[in-house]
Design a protein around this ligand. Structure first.
Ligand SMILES: N[C@@H](CCC(=O)N[C@@H](CS)C(=O)NCC(=O)O)C(=O)O
Length: 311
């Protein structure tokens, strides 16, 4: 199997989700540390535009979004499964809620002044300003949740999670599922990056012990790798053959068209390329980059917007 190369940074919650999935599946990986804010020339050489964290690279295949990365890792290493029966649909649906509603609620709560002070405690003052400007630009008008509303909602969500953990060690039963990895990472940020805000977790001890169980999964074996070497790996590799040739056309855009794909919110930077697959759940674009060569960039359908590229 070609190396799994995760492009990420230590404090990224979505990256923590994937580091733990790699740990759960005992998959060894290579770690490329990427910048937290733009510019990200080495990321964009691989993705063609998408700049969010993390991305997974396998040779000349680039996988964007953690929902897709979970599917790819599940395919490579089916056991233990991220989608245990009988709650496969429930697991995906709860994971989507956690990656959106729970994540944004927790972040609006965490990024109150004591949390911000901790996140940037060891950084020069310009770093906090540059971070705020970068994330503001990514939001593109997406409304920000007021802190008091976020606190109230976060408390309710923690109680609901605690109820789910009454009879089981994990949210949907005796084994972790995609829902646990997705629900864990925003709480991990509260607990480890903004401990001044972590008192909110104390009202739900069952959630804290579940968090300890999730943390114990660990990150498996990894070694550090440079962005330059990762781009050289892409340039030397040929993209994997597409497994699934089902074409589900929802847009009236045929395979072979030049298209753009962008996230439906937060970080709208588009990736442009030739649409070479549009399966039930995923899109694949082929693009050529001066440094990375021909790469296939993959996106999930859910959460992404496909358009014909402007001629
Ligand atoms: N839906 C995406 C969300 C990823 C995301 O928003 N990641 C945050 C970091 S945890 C991000 O990209 N922040 C801006 C950046 O890192 O440039 C996924 O599941 O991968």
């Amino acid at each position: 199997m070609a190396d799994l190369i995760l492009h990420h940074y230590p404090t990224s919650p979505f990256a923590e989700k994937i580091r733990l999935v790699l740990g759960y599946k005992k998959l060894a990986w290579k770690s490329v540390i990427i910048p937290m804010i733009m510019p990200k020339p080495d990321v964009v050489a691989l993705t063609g535009g998408y700049r969010k964290t993390p991305i997974l690279q396998i040779g000349a295949d680039i996988y964007c979004d953690t929902a897709l990365i979970c599917d790819v890792l599940e395919h490579l290493q089916p056991e233990p499964s991220l989608y245990p029966e009988p709650s496969k649909g429930m697991g995906r649906t709860l994971a989507q809620w956690a990656d959106t509603t729970l994540f944004w609620t927790a972040m609006a709560y965490n990024f109150q002044p004591p949390g911000v002070a901790q996140v940037f405690a060891h950084a020069p003052p310009e770093a906090a300003k540059a971070f705020a400007e970068d994330r503001q630009a990514m939001r593109q008008g997406m409304p920000r949740m007021p802190a008091a509303d976020a606190a109230a909602a976060y408390k309710s969500y923690l109680r609901r999670m605690s109820d789910m953990l009454d009879e089981w060690p994990f949210l949907l039963g005796s084994l972790p599922s995609a829902a646990d990895f997705a629900a864990y990472h925003p709480l991990w940020f509260t607990r480890t990056r903004t401990p001044a805000m972590a008192g909110i977790l104390n009202a739900t001890p069952a959630v804290l012990t579940w968090m300890d169980r999730m943390a114990a999964i660990g990150h498996a074996n990894f070694e550090t790798f440079s962005a330059t070497d990762a781009i050289a790996v892409a340039a030397a590799a040929t993209p994997a053959p597409l497994h699934d040739d089902i074409f589900q056309d929802e847009h009236g855009i045929s395979l072979g068209s030049q298209v753009t794909i962008n996230s439906e919110n937060f970080g709208l930077e588009p990736t442009q390329g030739e649409l070479i697959a549009a399966t039930r759940m995923h899109y694949t674009l082929r693009r050529a980059d001066q440094r990375a060569g021909t790469v296939h960039v993959h996106f999930p359908r859910v959460g992404y917007i496909l358009k014909k590229a402007q001629a």
